[in-house]
Design a protein around this ligand. Structure first.
Ligand SMILES: Cc1cc2nc3c(=O)[nH]c(=O)nc-3n(C[C@H](O)[C@H](O)[C@H](O)COP(=O)(O)OP(=O)(O)OC[C@H]3O[C@@H](n4cnc5c(N)ncnc54)[C@H](O)[C@@H]3O)c2cc1C
Length: 448
């Protein structure tokens, strides 16, 4: 594909100085290459669909790489029953082949609860996602930001993305919005869910890498001592969040720290700009506190910031089903379950230093229904990742990367099945959900 500017491109473009530099088409367009979008693209392509994956950065992963989150949380219930596998397991296996992910391990959270996780190196994840996407035959379109979405009635017909030379127009039979902020469906005029009275968007966090750390001493600090140190750092105004939560970089004696807190609506460009700068300020202050006060951190220095602040929550689409916290807590068994999870309800309040954390029972798992991926009012679109149709409180559980990958795999698998079954325009409500569930199980996924 050549997307350089030509005189003809300028003449055919949408106007002004935006020439149309490419006209592409595929069965499936995935908008956003975070972990949810990357898994959706891989699953759709492996299932036989032609797939274009659009991403605004020059690499994939979203929060998992640009945000440097650095640990995949909650693969199993506290009792050890697996709830996420499938493509997410393949990601970890490929990371391990590069010595870039640790073993499944349990750790104690700042709330005192026990959680399971896999720590990984964000830079290596970029390569792993490249490999998987390229191996599956996905056409990646990097450095491409969503510009406009065109629709006719309930069908999305094409999407314009801003690329270096101008605009690329992409026609697809199905759109999977994996942009986290669900920008494509927002441009398409979809309906979104509001926060309830008293709720606020979860804050963002600027992750930072700090080291070297003497982990023998750092890990020997008891949960009570850690809580007291964190409370002191918060009271002194040196930590924005009363936590010392870190994951270890598999390649070094560095840790990625998740201890800044930024109340921001990341869909507001000016507010996001302020948050990026405030996040770096908070991270620097936190790093000085670590050096001064935390055992094992005396020799450490701030070595890197996340490329961007990590964003926990922005838009949630209104879907055919709105998943609620009550359904997760009960848990409700859905006939159309396409993924499962066991991560607790974990709300970082926008203000203050603590966490609102609702633990689950020892063998408690919940399910995510297919209808929560299906946006109201549109026939050929799906939402995945942190923008699915769920209440604020339910999203606080299902937002994690393990579940985002599982939901992405389900959407991509469904997209391929739909595309194989029929030519022309597609309707996601005609999906054979029983066949989808059978395929997902055959591909190693867990459905709860
Ligand atoms: C600080 C923090 C800590 C967290 N801790 C954990 C943890 O310990 N364990 C865990 O499992 N989960 C954790 N999470 C949750 C998890 O990281 C996210 O919920 C998950 O990564 C969401 O994935 P996603 O693919 O839906 O969205 P995102 O990661 O947001 O990906 C969206 C992608 O779309 C691209 N994009 C966005 N807009 C556009 C556009 N207009 N045009 C083109 N491309 C676009 C972005 O660049 C990005 O690549 C944490 C999140 C944060 C922020």
């Amino acid at each position: 594909m050549d997307t350089r500017v030509t005189p003809a491109a300028i003449a055919e473009g949408p106007g002004g100085h935006l020439p149309l530099v490419a006209h592409l088409s595929a069965d499936v367009l995935v908008c956003g290459g975070g972990v949810a979008g990357a898994m959706a693209a891989v699953a759709a392509a492996r299932g036989g669909a032609s797939v274009i994956l659009v991403e605004r950065y020059g690499f994939l992963g979203g929060n998992a790489t640009a945000g440097a989150v650095a640990q995949f949380n909650s693969w199993q219930t506290a009792a050890g029953r697996r709830v996420v596998a499938g493509l997410a397991d393949e990601v970890v296996a490929r990371l391990r082949a590069r010595d870039a992910a640790g073993a499944h391990q349990t750790f104690v959270m700042s709330t005192g609860h026990v959680m399971d996780r896999v720590e990984y190196a964000p830079e290596a994840l970029k390569l792993v996602l490249d490999e998987m996407v390229q191996g599956a035959g996905v056409q990646p379109l990097l450095h491409a930001s969503l510009l406009a979405v065109h629709r006719q009635g309930r069908q999305i017909t094409s999407v314009d993305v801003l690329v270096k030379g101008g605009v690329a127009r992409i026609e697809s039979r199905l759109l999977i919005d994996a942009s986290g902020d669900i920008d494509a469906l927002q441009r398409a005029g979809a309906e979104f869910l509001s926060l309830a009275e008293g709720e606020a968007l979860q804050p963002a966090t600027m992750m930072f890498r700090f080291g070297p750390i003497d982990f023998e001493r750092f890990d020997a600090v008891t949960a009570e001592e850690t809580a007291a140190l964190a409370a002191r750092g918060f009271a002194e105004g040196r930590l924005a969040r009363a936590a010392l939560h870190a994951s270890r970089d598999p390649y070094s004696d560095d840790g990625w720290f998740n201890i800044t807190r930024l109340a921001v609506d990341a869909t507001d460009a000016l507010a996001l700009s302020r948050a990026e700068m405030e996040g770096r300020r908070q991270a620097w202050s936190a790093a000085q506190f670590l050096r001064d006060a935390v055992p094992g951190c005396e020799r450490g220095q701030l070595r890197a910031f996340g490329t961007q602040v990590g964003v926990r929550e922005t838009r949630r689409v209104a879907g055919d089903h709105i998943l609620t916290a009550e359904e997760l807590l009960q848990p409700v068994a859905f006939d159309d379950a396409i993924a499962a999870g066991a991560y607790p309800i974990d709300i970082h309040p926008a203000q203050g230093g603590g966490l609102i954390y609702q633990a689950l029972g020892d063998d408690h798992a919940y399910q995510i229904p297919w209808r929560s991926l299906v946006p109201r009012g549109l026939d050929n679109a799906l939402a995945v990742g942190r923008g699915v149709s769920a209440t604020h409180k339910a999203l606080a559980a299902i937002r994690v990367m393990t579940i985002s990958m599982a939901v992405g795999q389900a959407a991509g698998t469904a997209a391929a099945q739909l595309a194989r079954a029929k030519a022309g325009a597609l309707d996601v409500r005609t999906a054979d959900v029983a066949a989808l569930r059978a395929r997902l199980l055959a591909d190693g996924a867990c459905l709860g």
